[in-house]
Design a protein around this ligand. Sequence first.
Ligand SMILES: *Cc1c(COP(=O)(O)O)cnc(C)c1O
Length: 398
Amino acid sequence: MNNKEIMDYAEEAIIHTYNRFPVVLDHGDGVYLYDVEGKKYLDFAAGIAVCAFGYNVKEYNDALKAQIDKMIHVSNLYYTQPMAEAAHKLVNACGLKKVFFTNSGTEAIEGAIKLARKYAWTRDNGSTDHEIIAMNHSFHGRSIGALSVTGNPHYQEAFKPLIDKIVFAEYNNLEDVASKITDKTCAIIMETVQGEGGIYPATREFIQGVRKLCDEKDILLILDEIQCGMGRTGKMFAYDYYDVKPDILTVAKALGCGVPIGAFVAGEKVEKALVAGDHGSTYGGNPLATAAANVVFDMFESRHILDNVNEVGAYLGEKLASLVERYDFIKETRGLGLMRGLEFTIPVGNIVAKSIANGLLIISAGTNIIRFVPPLVITKENVDEMYEKLDKILSEVQ
Ligand SMILES: *Cc1c(COP(=O)(O)O)cnc(C)c1O
């Protein structure tokens, strides 16, 4: 079947919750993907900030194949070595205490919410009226709990009632957050760098101020690093830029580099809040998924991924800044490392579609922002190739 035939075949049997791009991808190699007709694409999307090493990477594939031959799944009724190792590696990388593995980002958020509520429930002798402060323009996932803290009314509207007692505040506005705190507030949840909302890094003043408020009032700080964590910004976790630590961290996307795995990680204060029976998952942390996380952490070290993100990320930042200079319809560029946005004064849908047709996979964040979240192994030459393709399209659009 060719591209068109497979697209039609897919639409017959798949619920249309995505307006997919008209491409049927078949395989990848390095930072390139190929469709079923053999057309080549430079990948600056990485499966939405997931595939940190790109595609067809021998060390990663071999680790998964070896685990497949041993066992893929046993459930959480038993211990496995891959899970134990992955938990230690994640704890060492983030500086918190204990891990619960999930199968996705949204489930990590669900767990983080449950952990925060359980901590507050125990502390306050069983009271069940705790509030959580979340941010406008945030994105935390699509399950009901995660959707409830996602500050985008458009995603929420048709699915109400959502979970109760969520209060929204303005991101990077410390005064607004402070004004929303009550004696019922048990947690504040936010992304360290807002992703879907348009690539907005927290300001230092804001995140440190929120941390201070949380410390003063025994409120838990939940940092969602599902997109900005795992080296994406040039630090292993973006909060390392700000000298703060969360009480609860959520991770997913690049944690498995394509094998579905997420996690929430508990800091000292909350590491004992959940006890046997409080939470569970049939698949969560299974040997295949945690074998993936293990090889991912190993390769981050052996391949000096953070060094590459810092070097090539800075270069990407310069190139994007030069586009801001050159085109009137580009407003500004923001971001850290290899998580960058280019904000336009016009909708970017057409530019994204043209890029894909010209062999460059990029994605948007909101209507006016192009998001650059390439594999973390991308080179300066790859950035130049992206720049040339995009520049050509922008000059045509102009
Ligand atoms: C992608 C994302 C999620 C949701 O993760 P899923 O694996 O799609 O459920 C949550 N938070 C942030 C910041 C994300 O980028």
